[in-house]
Design a binder for this molecule. Structure first.
Ligand code: B12
Ligand code: SF4
Ligand code: SF4
Length: 392
């Protein structure tokens, strides 16, 4: 069997839902788009991103000078079948505390490891035949979507994600750059047509034009990549997302059509037992470093570290705005991390009421961190004036 066919067959056996091959020449069109957007500030906030990286990521031969082919692969991740309501009546009739949301791609084992593992047999097949082969899953620099689109495994949707026919966008991408001369595929001729549902559903207006994302407005950026305080004007728009955001994919009719095929058995096995998609927010606020590590070390959520996740939890609690959360947020005003204390103060300001006000005043009387003090003062203003009974 020719090598290209053997590789494609093996990739399917390994659970990849799409595999295509393109040449190793640079991705010039994507390079121009990525560099231009970087210059315009649309990638601002990503400290590890730069215009130089955009150029380098468009050159498959950068690390493999004799490369002749790029193998683009897509691996589906399991989607939780039932999304329970964020709060309200629990299954046993009791009232549940508020819950947050975690993006589906992050519910299983860290995808970098999963995809790297799954690529190993393909790398071995190439190397056994004397070819050079290098894998990429975000670690090395590569424009994943550009490679996938040119290799014909899907098309670029208006939400910027690659859509695989029959599967949708809920896939993760990786590549193998190899010196092997393989049979190349053609890009597919599909598009979103007149649909613009993703642009309309995005709560922050991050999709500033079809296929163009402003990183500084994307919930995924603020809840996963950003370190430090989340700008106050963004916080109300984040809703109950505590890690990533799936709204522009959940609305997509291509994904809706593909959903009955999930969970795919291979994907379920590869990603392992999922963490909770809608964890209780108040319980997350009680995690210390050791508990956070035990719960999230193996998952992509680890990227935020404890302080980042608890910051997001406070924002979500402020948005769900259930006054029953005041005691949990009051306890968070004593968290060792100023980042958590500051966002807990903001959330208490959103909840308002006598108990929230009293907690903020107590915190202000002992707080030494200047930023947290500012947050407490602003939160006290947000709580409104004390209700003083009129004497005259
Ligand atoms: C930086 C980054 C982010 C940033 C910025 C996202 C962005 N759009 O650039 C943030 C943190 C916000 C992010 C969020 C997410 N990300 Co991300 N991210 C990346 C990363 C590391 C680099 C992306 C990049 O190069 N951006 C630069 C821009 C200019 O390039 P581009 O996004 O590829 O843009 C192309 C298209 O827009 C297209 N295009 C240009 N003009 C036009 C016009 C039209 C009309 C159309 C249709 C297309 C189009 O050409 C561009 C160049 O190829 C890649 C991994 C990688 N190495 O590629 C993952 C990656 C793109 N992310 C991924 C995922 C899963 C996500 C999230 C879904 C996670 C989540 N659930 O929260 C969200 C989705 C948000 C969204 N709507 O895009 C997957 C996407 C899989 C897929 N099916 O496409 C990738 C490929 C990681 C992986 N290995 O699988 N991400
Ligand atoms: S991931 Fe969320 S915030 Fe980002 S573009 Fe999609 S809908 Fe908008
Ligand atoms: S929601 Fe519509 S416009 Fe957006 S990616 Fe899906 S098909 Fe394309």
């Amino acid at each position: 069997m020719p090598l290209t066919d053997a590789l494609k067959r093996r990739a399917r056996e390994l659970g990849f839902c799409a595999i295509g091959v393109t040449g190793a020449e640079p991705f010039r069109e994507a390079e121009t788009a990525a560099a231009g957007r970087t210059r315009k500030g649309l990638m601002d906030g990503l400290t590890w991103w730069s215009e130089a990286r955009a150029h380098a990521s468009a050159e498959p031969r950068r690390n493999t000078p004799d490369a002749r082919s790029v193998i683009a692969l897509a691996f589906p991740y399991p989607i939780p079948p039932v999304v329970p309501p964020p709060c309200g009546e629990g299954p046993g009739g009791g009232t549940e505390s508020p819950r947050g949301r975690i993006a589906s791609y992050a519910l299983g084992r860290d995808y970098h490891e999963v995809l790297l593992e799954r690529m190993q047999p393909l790398l071995a097949m190439l190397r056994e035949q004397g070819h050079r082969a290098k894998s990429y899953v975000d670690h090395g620099w590569m424009l994943d979507r550009a490679a996938a689109a040119r290799a014909g495994i899907g098309w670029l949707g208006k939400n910027t994600n690659l859509l695989v026919p029959g599967t949708g966008s809920q896939v993760l991408l990786c590549e193998i750059v190899t010196s092997a001369e393989l049979d190349h595929d053609e890009p597919i001729k599909k598009s979103c047509g007149g649909c613009d549902a993703c642009l309309r559903v995005c709560p922050t207006g991050a999709l500033v034009a079809p296929g163009v994302l402003d990183n500084r407005r994307c919930i995924s950026f603020w809840t996963i990549e950003h370190r430090g305080s989340i700008p106050r004007e963004m916080r109300p728009l984040i809703g109950d997302w505590i890690f990533g955001c799936d709204l522009c994919q959940e609305i997509c009719p291509i994904n809706a059509g593909a959903r009955p095929s999930f969970p795919d058995a291979q994907a379920v096995e590869a990603f392992g037992p999922p963490i909770e998609a809608r964890p209780g927010l108040e319980e997350l606020l009680t995690l210390d470093d050791a508990a956070f590590r035990a719960r999230f070390r193996e998952s992509a959520v680890w990227r935020t570290r404890r302080a980042g996740l608890l910051r997001n939890v406070c924002v979500a609690l402020g948005n769900v705005a259930d006054r029953a959360s005041v005691p949990a947020l009051t306890a968070a005003l004593e968290d060792p991390e100023p980042l958590v204390r500051g966002h807990a103060a903001w959330a208490l300001g959103r909840l308002g009421g006598t108990a929230a006000r009293a907690a903020l005043e107590r915190a202000l009387s002992r707080e030494a961190d200047a930023e947290v003090r500012d947050e407490c003062e602003l939160a006290l203003q947000a709580c409104g004036p004390l209700a003083v009974p009129s004497a005259v």
